[in-house]
Design a protein around this ligand. Structure first.
Ligand code: NAP
Length: 224
């Protein structure tokens, strides 16, 4: 198995890479600053420089990978949208950056790495979304930038699932829970290792029947 994980410098992405490497799999860890990452010494991990918002950076990653087959691409990199995203005011520059990173970034990466996924046997694309991207689950409002960007990511995944059916490539969004990371904060109930374990399990178990669906790290479907 060869997997590529974006946003692998810390948090959920870092833990996904660690767990995949511990399984003895080859992992391509994509980070914005490969010089400062905790992954430098982990066996089985190849580091790549990647800013998902930068066309040239994504093209450079695709060139580095060249003919390397990929079984799984996990679009994990994301941002929270800043402190101003409520009725009191929205920072529209932050909102645009959040859409760029959380929705357009995963699209850019997915399309650039399609040739690698077509060569691989695993044929899986997984995008780390959020319960906050669920329209059905939104009973508390607010968080405009983040919620809107993750809802857009969810739509992207469904379109990829439809468009890639002929290639038998699965595309799913996975809710990681509320997780103890820089983004989730120390008050989050879910340890990062538990979230990453659950994410990998649901991705491993996903079949073409699940393609286009919204999965939960605990298993089963999350409401749209
Ligand atoms: N934590 C939660 O409770 C929670 C809940 C639901 C969903 N999620 C989602 O889970 C994913 C991971 O979150 P996390 O909690 O691990 O967040 P985190 O600790 O803040 O880490 C975010 C990661 O994304 C990377 N990143 C941000 N912008 C990027 C860009 N333009 N290009 C490449 N990498 C970029 C960061 O890299 P740098 O180190 O270079 O900044 C970092 O590796 C995100 O998509 C997030 O929305 C998290």
């Amino acid at each position: 198995m060869q997997t590529l994980v974006t946003g692998a410098s810390r948090g959920i992405g870092l833990e996904l890479v660690r767990q995949l490497a511990a399984r003895g799999e080859a992992v391509h860890a994509a980070v914005r600053d490969p010089d400062s990452t905790a992954l430098r010494a982990v066996a089985g991990v190849t580091l790549h420089r990647l800013d998902v918002n930068d066309d040239a950076s994504v093209a450079s990653l695709a060139r580095e990978l060249a003919d390397t087959p990929l079984d799984l691409v996990i679009n994990n990199a994301g941002v929270y949208g800043g402190s101003q995203q409520s009725l009191r005011g929205v920072d529209y520059a932050d909102a645009a950056k959040t859409y760029e990173t959380n929705a357009l970034g995963p699209l850019r990466v997915s399309l650039a790495l399609l040739p690698n996924l077509r060569r691989g046997a695993g044929k899986r694309l997984a995008h780390i979304t959020s319960g906050m991207g669920s329209i059905a689950d939104n009973t508390s409002g607010g968080f405009y930038s983040y919620r809107m960007a993750k809802a857009a990511l969810n739509m992207m995944s469904r379109s990829l699932a439809v468009d890639l059916r002929g290639d038998k490539i699965i595309s799913v969004v996975v809710n990681p829970g509320w997780v103890q990371t820089d983004m989730g904060g120390p008050g989050a109930p879910t340890p990062v290792a538990e979230s990453a374990r659950g994410i990998l399990r649901v991705i491993d178990e996903a079949t073409l029947v699940d393609s286009g669906e919204f999965l939960d790290y605990k298993g089963g479907r999350y409401p749209w």
